[in-house]
Design a protein around this ligand. Structure first.
Ligand SMILES: [Fe+2]
Ligand SMILES: [Fe+2]
Length: 258
């Protein structure tokens, strides 16, 4: 795990109009970028609360780096989103609705351990989206800045994928809460990101019409489902996942941001 900062001009030089015309898959990843900033802040809040009283110093310093990476992602995606909302204000309303329901209404009602299990489940699905994204970056978009922001983010998601999980184990979160957290996150990720992609691609009927075929053929939702299924096994740990060769290729490329 490394500390890297994405140059601001990359997040501000993206041609959104081009991305939203490319395919439903590119709209899906654009939607992910708009929604993920609040999810990352939630991860920092819930894991930050839980980390205070743990004694494992190695885990503490890993989590510190993980929080640094997440804070950078949240910041760059926020800049990215604000520019996008300037010409698609309806999407700002959509993201605000997601933030209000999930983080203003539901979050304060949830007990600390459930929030931690939700954060760990988010990291699992973030890592799965990252595996998929790095393997199929060329299919997602031809927009260079968009590919740079995605590859930087995805490399770091894979690098820190297991630390929130380790914290959850350290805090003795039960199997039932772990599975329930994943059910909430799988549903929430699949629904909100896909709905966002539908709105982004609207009213480009050519892209919108192909949404079912695009998602089925490329298989992003079924990969999230399989990843959630593996995660729910009692003996599972994220470190058992095989890293795709693309991870090492892109990890060398994002060295420039260190
Ligand atoms: Fe992130
Ligand atoms: Fe993450």
């Amino acid at each position: 795990m490394k500390k890297r900062k994405l140059p601001t001009q990359i997040a501000t030089s993206i041609n959104y109009d081009r991305i939203q015309r490319e395919s439903f898959l590119s709209c899906w990843f654009l939607s992910y970028c708009l929604l993920v900033s609040s999810a990352e802040r939630f991860i920092i809040r819930s894991a930050g609360d839980a980390v205070r009283d743990i004694g494992d110093q190695e885990l503490k310093s890993n989590l510190k780096l993980c929080f640094f990476q997440e804070a950078q992602h949240a910041r760059s995606h926020h800049i990215f989103s604000e520019r996008f909302f300037e010409f698609r204000p309806m999407l700002r309303m959509f993201v605000k609705m997601n933030d209000y329901l999930n983080y203003r209404i539901v979050e304060p009602l949830a007990p600390g351990r459930l929030k931690l299990s939700v954060a760990a489940a988010m990291e699992q699905l973030n890592a799965e989206i990252a595996y998929f994204g790095l393997q199929r970056l060329r299919e997602i978009s031809n927009e260079e800045s968009f590919k740079q922001i995605l590859s930087w983010h995805f490399v770091e998601e894979i690098e820190h994928r297991e630390h929130i999980y380790d914290l959850m184990r350290e805090k003795d979160v039960r199997q039932g809460a772990k599975v329930f957290g994943m059910m909430l996150v799988w549903w929430s990720f699949s629904f909100w990101i896909t709905m966002g992609a539908v709105l982004i691609s609207w009213p480009q009927f050519g892209v919108w019409r192909l949404c079912g075929r695009d998602l089925r053929k490329r298989g992003i939702l079924s990969r999230l489902w399989r990843s959630a299924w593996r995660y729910c096994r009692k003996e599972y740990h994220p470190s058992v996942e095989t890293l795709p060769p693309e991870f090492f290729i892109y990890q060398r490329r994002v060295k420039a941001f260190e």
